[in-house]
Design a protein around this ligand. Sequence first.
Ligand code: URA
Ligand code: URA
Length: 204
Amino acid sequence: MAEAPAPGGDLFSADPLRALATLEALVPVIEACRKCPLGHSRAHSVPGEGDATAGLVVVGEAPGATEDETGRPFVGRAGKLLDEILAAIGLRREQVFICNVLKCRPPGNRTPEPLEVAACSPYLHRQLELIGPRVILAMGLPAAHALLGGHAALGELRLKLHRYRGIPLIVTYHPAALLRNPHWKRPTWDDVRHARRIYDGASA
Ligand code: URA
Ligand code: URA
């Protein structure tokens, strides 16, 4: 029930992204972005993909090598696992919207730097504003911190219903973390079932 202040939501700052009225309109802007050094090192930007009117948005951390090659989110090993996680709650990736905090790959998949998150997160905020989902699934700490602020550990953030600009938000493990620690799979499945209940219209 922690209500975080809306990051990047200053009414008085001129936000050029507000003029972009569709998810598609964001794509070339993201591709042309050089607001942080990652725009120079990556092969392809990875804006995100899926249903523009999705009831569920999945937010990961940043593109990895396969995503950088293809320009598509969650298509490597972690992506295969994400597909399984979604299947467990009866959803195909086409039925949700999948994106990341960072739209460009950090070299060697290192953790996003605060300046990169600050430069890139306006795209994520605008995507969420345009989609207006019923529930957001934040996978891993970078997604949780970018959307909720703060520095809490994953164990403190799980099992709570958060709100991002009024939208219910569930925090769970990142699929890549599950590849390293399969014993986190079961709690992740519990978390996504919680998200599915909200998606289905359970009062949140
Ligand atoms: N990990 C992420 O966080 N996002 C992707 O798109 C792929 C792997
Ligand atoms: N710690 C993290 O930062 N992320 C996870 O997904 C799990 C543990």
